[in-house]
Design a binder for this molecule. Sequence first.
Ligand code: 0X9
Ligand code: ZN
Length: 323
Amino acid sequence: TLPSGRTAYRQLADYNNELAALATQYPTKVKQFTVKNTSLEGRTIRGIEVSHDVTTSNGKPVFLMVGLHHAREWPSGELTMEFAYDLLKNDGVDPRITNILEKARVIFVPVVNPDGFNLSRTLGYEMKRKNCRVTDGQIPTSGQCAQSANQSKGTDLNRNYSGFWGGPGASSSLTSETYRGASAFSEPESRNIQALVSANQVTTLITNHTYSNLVLREPGYAGAGNTPDEAIYKSLGDQMAAQNGYTSQFSYELYDTTGTTEDWSYYATGGLGFTFEHGANSFHPAFSNVVNYYYGSGSTAGKGNRAAFLLAAESTINPARHS
Ligand code: 0X9
Ligand code: ZN
């Protein structure tokens, strides 16, 4: 059973209601926040910060976990929420979690792209990936994003960050699934994560995606060359992959990308950013798969992403010591 007890994929309202409920249930450990920009369709982007004495914990380093940059990748939001529940339920029970919450802050934004997710999850355009940009520089009118003629439009939020923006592995066409946007950070949804990272000491970041069973680290395109942190970056990636059973590799070994979350965040802050690609072969398989992603199955039973996420959180406490 997952930490939340859920047995079906959340809708957007579920995410929002549960984040608020956690803040009510754990007032000293959970601080709810909204990020500065609303989405293109006017939705508020919500997150929680989890730590002991959360209102006075500003000096602690941060592990940031985000989900649902890509609308159809439903497990990416689920796993983000479940790790939040797990930390809160097992604080004071599991000494690793107690230590994490004492020394670090863990920030969760499960739904980076609420407009796209709402379309995919609720309005029937299940394979929606991008945000609701229909015309560059303009706010979509009500209902415009859902029209079939606009289904293929939108900015890929994972090509819109400023790191190497406009380089290989991103498109200049509004109808491409990898459209980079009119300019770096043209989209409010990516600017929100930029603002969050810029305002906090994010030493480790996981951005959840589906699928391919991968733990990806920078560089995002081969031409960028190895990072100066390759030794510790690889070490942490490999250790996490040993828990969830995924393949640990450079992002560009999947394919070249530019303008992704950590193509910006790593080079801007030095915090180690990873993309997790969950699952073997589906963007959102039957919900029962999410349980296996979280706790592991087969050779990873009892480990899984829960164990990988704990390592990431612990790396935040001492970024220089990953082995
Ligand atoms: O293409 C993407 O944005 C990611 N794959 S997905 O199937 N979820 O769309 C991979 C991005 C990997 N690149 C970096 N992390 N730099
Ligand atoms: Zn994705």
